[in-house]
Design a protein around this ligand. Structure first.
Ligand code: UD1
Length: 342
């Protein structure tokens, strides 16, 4: 059995890590080489900066990708098209029995399309999530990927229901639970050892006991609907300016958002820091800096008073951690975060 695991963007990496671990464990338990799963990890290169990609591979102890496509940024058509062209070459050369895709980014969609056109079955992990908002690029990616996949691995009952309503035969749906939560629980202890709170000046005393953490809010923001339009971004920043005098807002800034803040001349709303230097972020304000790795960010989530985010995954991660989350969107593909009341 030869499998290709495809990943390309930051929110994919914590979803392929448990799969790689499971395959490695399985292979170690099989006595003869013939029964092992031959797998290749393909990184499309949709995300390429150190702190959007390599730092996740390091934190998640993922092996270096066997194949790197180096696709990079572009419009939706450019990015999707480039992944398709490069991934098709890999499939023709490697001839896998199965392609596994995760999540809902452009790489997920592109790898799925190419595979099914070559009659290679696709398994989609995190299938069935729906925001019912087709203005979100991810919603289009989810709909197309699920329509074309042979095996649909779902995280929650609502996902099964969505797929059944769309006419997916029940026999193709496997409710396996949330793989992103598998990653979170697996790395929780290690994340608690991160020194990020101390590095950001968010500890009151010298010992990192829960009481010694300065209260802070954690913010992430990168949805095109929030940051690509000046008015929307300004509106959100105005709301944050009301909160910031009461509690420091800690804001690792996605590259898309950094670009848009510059384009709209809104950088002065943020206090920018170089967190490679010792920082002191316990004072009022919106404290911005470059994106963080997986473990440091998880550590910041664990100790936050509350989280403000437009990310999909963070809504669920905070739910598992029991940290209140304010979702900065009109819709969510994770209704469980509402039914659970987090
Ligand atoms: C993508 C996903 C989104 C996911 C997000 C997480 C799609 C349609 N969107 O959005 O679902 O929530 O990743 O991060 O697939 N850039 C860099 N360095 C990088 C990567 C991107 O500077 O390593 C900048 C580039 O200017 C690029 C912009 O960020 O144009 C957007 O990157 P892109 O991959 O197109 O979309 P994201 O907003 O990251």
């Amino acid at each position: 059995m030869k499998i290709i695991l495809a990943a390309g963007a930051r929110p994919n990496f914590m979803k392929v890590a448990p799969l790689v671990r499971a395959i490695e464990e399985y292979n170690a338990s099989v006595p003869s080489e013939g029964g092992r799963i031959d797998y290749l990890l393909v990184h499309t290169g949709q995300h390429y900066d150190f702190n959007m990609s390599d730092s996740f591979f390091k934190d998640l102890k993922l092996p270096q990708p066997h194949i790197y496509l180096g696709v990079g940024s572009g419009t939706h058509a450019e990015q999707t098209g480039k992944v398709m062209m490069e991934f098709e070459k890999v499939l023709l050369q490697e001839g896998p029995d199965l392609v596994v895709v995760v999540g809902d980014v452009n790489s997920t969609l592109a790898c799925t399309l190419v595979s099914v056109k070559l009659n290679i079955p696709v398994a989609h992990v995190e299938a069935g999530l729906r925001s019912f908002d087709r203005s979100m690029p991810e919603e289009i990616n989810r709909l197309v990927t699920d329509a074309l996949s042979t095996y649909l691995f779902t995280p929650s009952p609502d996902a099964d229901e969505n797929l059944l309503k769309e006419g997916v035969p029940a026999g193709r749906i496997y409710q396996v639970g949330d793989i992103m939560v598998d990653s979170l629980l697996f790395h929780l202890d290690e994340a608690k050892k991160s020194d990020i709170l101390a590095r950001l000046g968010l500890l009151k005393g010298s010992s990192p006991s829960p009481n010694s953490v300065v209260p802070y809010a954690l913010l992430t923001l990168h949805r095109p609907s929030n940051v690509d339009n000046r008015q929307s971004l300004q509106k959100i920043l105005s709301a944050l300016e009301l909160i910031a005098p009461k509690i420091p807002i800690i804001f690792p800034i996605h590259p898309r958002t950094q670009k848009q803040l510059g384009l709209f001349n809104l950088q002065d709303k943020i206090l920018f820091h170089d967190i490679d230097q010792v920082a002191e972020l316990s004072s009022p304000g919106i404290h911005g800096f470059d994106p963080l790795g997986y473990l440091d960010f998880l550590s910041l989530m664990i100790s936050a008073r509350f989280v403000l985010t437009d990310s999909g995954g963070i809504q669920e991660e905070t739910t598992v951690l029991g940290v209140p989350c304010l979702t900065l969107r009109d819709t969510t593909e994770r209704p469980i975060t509402i039914s659970e009341g987090t």
